[in-house]
Ligand binder design. Structure first.
Ligand code: FES
Length: 174
């Protein structure tokens, strides 16, 4: 039975993100967030997520544009972005492999999964394969502890993982 259901990310190259502006569709969504949340500051997380979905990662140019649009200090925006592992501040690979390393997953074999990925891909957590296909991260609880161990690939969860399923998943990803 096929396991992989994840499509590759589309990643904008750094030269395209030196300076950015928001198109009408993005502006509409930003306006909606601003109406929905009580302060501009509170809209920051969803606006950052919108940008990451559009461009694949958040360059310094994207952060400047977000800070300007929400009238927030650039240092505040940068502080928020660097706090959360869900935001990527460097171009990731087409597949972002996030291995949960918190207690439930650790007890169910997460370190074996991480080691398998390190060995197969030849990279450490925080690194991207030279062909730009995979980025590996160790992350904190993904909120699916009952189905540990868990790996998130882009926006999809793969639960009750084993090294065999992991091998299959890597082979099947398009
Ligand atoms: S500990 Fe891994 S999903 Fe919660």
């Amino acid at each position: 039975m096929s396991l992989a259901r994840t499509q590759p990310l589309t990643i904008a190259p750094p030269e395209e993100l030196l300076e950015v502006s928001f198109d009408d569709g993005m502006e509409e969504i930003i306006e909606e967030h601003l109406r929905h949340y009580p302060t501009r500051q509170a809209a920051l997380l969803p606006v950052l997520w919108l940008c990451q979905e559009r461009w694949g990662w958040l360059s310094a140019g994207v952060l400047r544009a977000v800070a300007r649009r929400l009238e927030l200090a650039p240092a505040f925006v940068e502080g928020v972005v660097t706090f959360y592992t869900m935001y990527q501040t460097a171009p990731p690979g087409k597949y972002l492999l996030q291995v949960c390393t918190t207690l439930s997953c650790a007890l169910c074999g997460a370190s074996g999964l991480l080691e398998r990925l390190k060995e197969k891909l030849g990279i450490d957590p925080g690194e991207t394969t030279p062909d730009g296909r995979f980025t590996l991260l160790g992350v904190q609880c993904l909120g699916a502890c009952g189905e540990a161990p868990v790996i998130q690939v882009n926006n999809d969860y793969y639960t009750d993982m084993t090294t065999e399923k992991l091998d299959q998943l890597l082979d099947e990803l398009p």
